[in-house]
Design a protein around this ligand. Sequence first.
Ligand SMILES: Cc1ncc(C[n+]2csc(CCOP(=O)(O)OP(=O)(O)O)c2C)c(N)n1
Ligand SMILES: [Mg+2]
Length: 328
Amino acid sequence: MTIPNMNVIDMYKTMLKIRKFETKAMNFFAEGKIPGFVHLYIGEEAVATGVCANLNDDDYITSTHRGHGHILAKGGDLKFMMAELFGRATGYGKGKGGSMHIADATKGILGANGIVGAGHNISVGAALSAQYRGTKQVCVCFFGDASTNQGTFHESLNMASLWKLPVIFICENNLYGISIHQSRHQAIKDISERAVSYNMPGITVDGNDVFAVYDAAKEAIKRAREGNGPTLIECKTYRQRGHFEGDPGTYKPAPEQEEWVKKDPIPRVEKFILNKKILNESQLKDIQQEIDIQIEDAVEFANNSPYPSLDSVIEDVYSDMKEEVRVR
Ligand SMILES: Cc1ncc(C[n+]2csc(CCOP(=O)(O)OP(=O)(O)O)c2C)c(N)n1
Ligand SMILES: [Mg+2]
């Protein structure tokens, strides 16, 4: 499939935005400026980017504890994200949710989630709602390899297939569930094989090749939008950092880490852009600078924002909905 040059450039920008946002977050976390847990997506940017490049604004996604990439690729705002990581009142969750609870209903982002496997069911619910309302929206469900051992994964694929729901299951197989290598937590190599049990297409792609992800997602999204049901896409990728910041990742063998750093998705796209003469070196540098400025603006916004007030400590903890709204 040929991808228009404009889309290639946009995807490059998105991947770079994710990488630079997270590199900042990594450094601020090390300096003690970010409270709570931070799980980085560094090395996996091609997955969210290639998939979300095919989505409309009103399509849905569900995310995970490793959600920054999904949210930025779906159009999440850098400033509100940075402010949330800094625990400020201007953040997506008014500074009370942190990295694992970022959502933006205006962009169809149904939320990052600290519960492994929780997004599967939510995505099926969103897809059922779209089917019922006849809107032609789809829902993309992002999840990790280890979450496919959860009951929710199997329940969700079963129901989605039976009811031909417009959901696309994107497995980010980064080889580890915390410190446990995939070969020690499941007896199969290709997670896409699990699609067979649910009579849906299952494909494995190179998750560090943004174009391969883009092509596979495009076809699956079209299939879902046309009412032909779900697809499971397994993207083989690798997290270059530890499970969370603070985890030294000593369980990852050095040669494995080195091999995957060589397959880093971002230099691969830069090489493609230069080889195909889509842009030259200086134009690539301009893009890098443009994104650096966006990130600096987000940091400034976060730094200049207040912490939530003590008075607001129990606001938004429970629903404030009135009884009559709730029962409707
Ligand atoms: C229901 C549940 N069980 C266990 C955990 C603890 N936990 C957090 S992340 C994680 C591993 C997830 O691995 P994977 O699904 O492969 O995602 P990755 O972190 O590799 O992106 C576990 C077990 C949790 N958060 N929720
Ligand atoms: Mg994993």
